[in-house]
Design a protein around this ligand. Structure first.
Ligand code: NAD
Length: 304
């Protein structure tokens, strides 16, 4: 069945360039009315301009779609609230939020200033928090919402020189995990995209022919599957160069030690059993971890 966004209102942050632009154009092409948000600064977050987001709006309108641009800095809650207010005044609802805006301030941790650490956390983590907070009650009242966080392999797996970025990108997954539980009864689904794309963010990391193979347009079809009516929930979709995969955090089944056995030496002696992956699981909430360990302890008590 064709995936349609007819009648849906979508906010895409950081949609003046790169992946956000590709997402905004694709959502509009399939019928969504789109708020094209972009602060319009440089890759490191300095400066601002409305030129890029206005160009995206013009492209959408020229193709027969509906869009407006808003220059909110996602790290500023008041500006984000104004963007959502304008969206509600114009279209009366918000169905989809794509938290995509981002910057880089790469340096090895030894050389990184705390200001650069905080700024990256502010844009990626607090930007996602601010935009989600501003639409949350609207989505709850509508009993409908689709939110996508943009994470990164740098957060999930690490990347030299990106401790700030990696921490922020992993943090949005923590945000997703709890919001999934809190949004479930109002059909608010939250997923995450882990893209790899040739954009200005990665332009000095790859030769041009590789960047072409990693066009943002090869990521966007994955994004569309995360925010339509049939979207999954709590899925991390990695996408790039035509490849699509999912990522999860698994926990091993582990071992149980009685109180008199609970020494670091005993844990080390049983390390291969504690880390054995054959019965590993992706736990549905934090409580499931306590339940797993308590079940082992109770089984041992019954057996004693
Ligand atoms: P990009 O630099 O081309 O686009 C990011 C956009 O966000 C820019 O247009 C910028 O003006 C905007 N922006 C930055 N700070 C903002 C703010 N405070 N408020 C509003 N807008 C702001 O980069 P991209 O590669 O398209 O990145 C998009 C997202 O994908 C980012 O979250 C990035 O971290 C993530 N990502 C990208 C890659 C990749 O390979 N390109 C990999 C993993 C994750």
């Amino acid at each position: 069945m064709t995936i349609s966004f007819e009648g849906k209102i979508a906010i895409v942050t950081g949609a003046g360039n790169g992946l956000g632009k590709s997402h905004a154009l694709a959502l509009a092409k399939r019928g969504a009315k789109v708020v094209v948000n972009d602060l319009g600064g440089a890759r490191d977050g300095s400066g601002q301009s409305s030129a890029a987001s206005e160009e995206v709006v013009n492209e959408i309108v020229a193709a027969g779609g509906d869009a407006f641009s808003h220059g909110a800095n996602v790290a500023d809650f008041e500006q984000v609230q104004d963007m959502v207010k304008q969206t509600m005044e114009k279209w009366g609802r918000v169905d989809i939020l794509i938290n995509n805006a981002g910057i880089l301030r790469d340096k090895s941790f030894a050389k990184m200033s705390l200001d650069d650490f905080k700024l990256v956390m502010d844009v990626h983590l607090m930007g996602s928090v601010n935009c989600t907070k501003a639409v949350w009650d609207i989505m709850r009242e509508q009993n409908y919402g689709r939110i996508v966080m943009t994470t990164s392999s740098s957060g999930m797996y690490g990347n030299f020189g990106q401790s700030n970025y990696g921490a922020a990108k992993m943090a949005v997954l923590g945000l997703m995990n709890t919001l999934v539980l809190e949004g479930a009864k109002n059909d608010i689904r939250i997923n995450a995209l882990a893209p790899t794309a040739g954009t200005r963010m990665t332009e000095d990391l790859m030769p041009e022919n590789i960047a072409e193979m990693l066009a943002p347009e090869y990521v966007t079809p994955g994004l569309l599957t995360l925010c339509d009516d049939e979207a999954p929930n709590r899925t991390i979709l990695s996408a790039g160069a035509g490849g699509y995969a999912t990522a999860s955090i698994f926990e091993t089944d582990g071992i149980f030690l009685t109180p008199d056995q609970q020494t670091p030496e005993a844990i080390r002696a049983n390390w291969s059993d504690a880390t054995k992956q054959d019965k590993q699981q992706a736990l549905a909430s934090g409580v499931k971890q306590s339940e797993k360990f308590l079940a082992k302890a109770m089984a041992a008590m019954k057996g004693a």
